[in-house]
Write a new protein. Structure first.
Length: 440
């Protein structure tokens, strides 16, 4: 078995295992599994742990650390260690010049593999060195260059797009869409960290520690995903608090689709959304749930005509993710092309003082200290003034609903039968969410 995109490495490993009749495993310099053969014959607990849980006990790690793997240049053997459940092994370093790229491990407790067998392993290691070096170059190109591709600087974007096409990392005629997975705002709605009680010097505050840990976990899981996906037609850039994924779409000018088959732009965006939701599940599965961990949000940008326009889709993906964090009905996931009025409101942020942007009539309601009235108004407007649907949603008697609507009209001075007043209040509620105001 191997990571996606490592088919040639897997072929080499399987062939070596068949030739020598010994189970083979290949690790990278950080001792993470790259590929392994069918594990026939004697294997130990360490090999099982490496394959199944990708981890070993501290005692086993300390045992292998004695052999200074990073500087090893020639094949060597490690002895058995029965108390640790370790069988004897042959290790052949995988190197390219002075750079360590990994290790080929064969369980050989009875030392039956002779010089000719070791020579066969070395030849496979040389082949693996070429494959791993090429994979590293492609992965670095897909990370560092993608960062430039998403830059606000036009010269960096154009040069990055040119490099990716020339290197065969991107189909020249393909359209593209960008999505992001990122941390949301801390609980409470307002930007920035929440107020925290004083903590002893040298001890991190709980919420901050939670946010930092979540950011690290996103980076770790996204980096692993990026390396596995580097040969699957996607590009990814991993930052401290988010990952951006650039996915190819149909060639520019493709057909518009039919009711039975979605139009290519929406299909491409939906596929990207699915990729990000899969990554989100991995991140959430790795995070420890708790009140100090912020939400993990998904934003999908719009399809663009070519790779050189990825930065525009990226900008809209970040905006979509921000909206996903303030609009509960979206469930933490938003696609820019389907955000409706939120698309306009998201672009108003930072344009004026918040107090000037919100309708003063709605401001009166938001400041009245009656969150149940705000919730009622939003539910009523979201359902186009349908009293029955609103009462059912709020689990409220129809008379109670009419009482609340009357109080809303008194506080705001609006007539809820007037279309212009309803539009102003509805847009105002959406805008309040975008601005981080508490709604409901």
């Amino acid at each position: 078995m191997s990571a996606p995109g490592d088919g040639q490495a897997q072929e080499a490993v399987d062939g070596l295992a068949r030739q020598l009749g010994a189970p083979v495993l290949v690790e990278d310099p950080a001792e993470r599994v790259i590929a392994y053969s069918a594990q026939e014959g004697p294997i130990d607990q360490v090999r099982r742990d490496c394959i199944l849980s990708r981890a070993a006990s501290p005692e086993v790690v300390a045992f292998f650390a004695r052999f200074d793997l990073a500087t090893a240049e020639e094949p060597f053997r490690t002895p058995s260690q029965p108390e640790l459940g370790v069988l004897g092994r042959l290790c052949v370093p995988i190197r390219r010049g002075s750079v360590s790229l990994g290790y080929v491990w064969l369980i050989d407790d009875d030392a039956r593999l002779g010089d000719e067998d070791v020579g066969s392993v070395q030849r496979v290691a040389e082949r693996l060195a070429l494959l791993l070096h090429d994979r590293a170059v492609r992965a670095n190109l897909g990370s560092e260059t993608v960062g430039h591709l998403l830059s606000p600087t036009e010269e960096l974007r154009d040069e990055a797009a040119r490099q990716l096409v020339l290197a065969g990392r991107w189909p020249e005629a393909a359209t593209c869409a960008v999505g992001v997975l990122q941390l949301g705002r801390p609980a409470g709605g307002a930007p920035g960290p929440p107020e925290l009680p004083a903590e002893p010097v040298g001890r991190p505050a709980p919420a901050v520690a939670g946010v930092e840990a979540a950011g690290r976990r996103i980076a770790e899981e996204a980096e692993r995903w990026r390396r596995q996906s580097s040969n699957e037609g996607v590009l990814a850039y991993v930052d401290d608090d988010h990952v951006a994924v650039v996915s190819p779409g149909p060639p520019a000018g493709a057909g518009s689709g039919t009711p039975e088959r979605p139009a290519p732009p929406r299909l491409a965006e939906d596929l990207l959304r699915g990729q990000l939701l899969g990554l989100r599940r991995q991140v959430l599965g790795a995070l420890r749930r708790g009140p100090t961990v912020p939400p993990v949000l998904v934003g999908v940008g719009d399809l663009r005509s070519g790779i050189s326009e990825a930065a525009r889709s990226y900008r809209n993906a970040r905006r979509a993710a921000e909206i996903a964090g303030v609009a509960p009905e979206l469930g933490g996931v938003a696609t820019w092309s389907t955000l409706g009025a939120y698309r306009i409101l998201a672009q108003l942020r930072g344009g004026s003082e918040d107090s000037e942007m919100c309708d003063p009539r709605l401001e009166a309601l938001l400041s009245a200290g009656r969150p149940e009235l705000v919730e009622t108004l939003e539910a009523y407007l979201d359902r186009a003034g349908d009293a029955k649907a609103t009462a059912d949603h709020l689990v409220l008697h129809r008379g109670g609903l009419y009482y609340r609507l009357g109080r809303i009209e008194q506080i705001t001075g609006c007539d809820l039968r007037d279309g212009a007043d309803r539009l102003a209040l509805h847009i105002g509620l959406r805008l309040a969410r975008v601005l981080g105001r508490r709604v409901g």
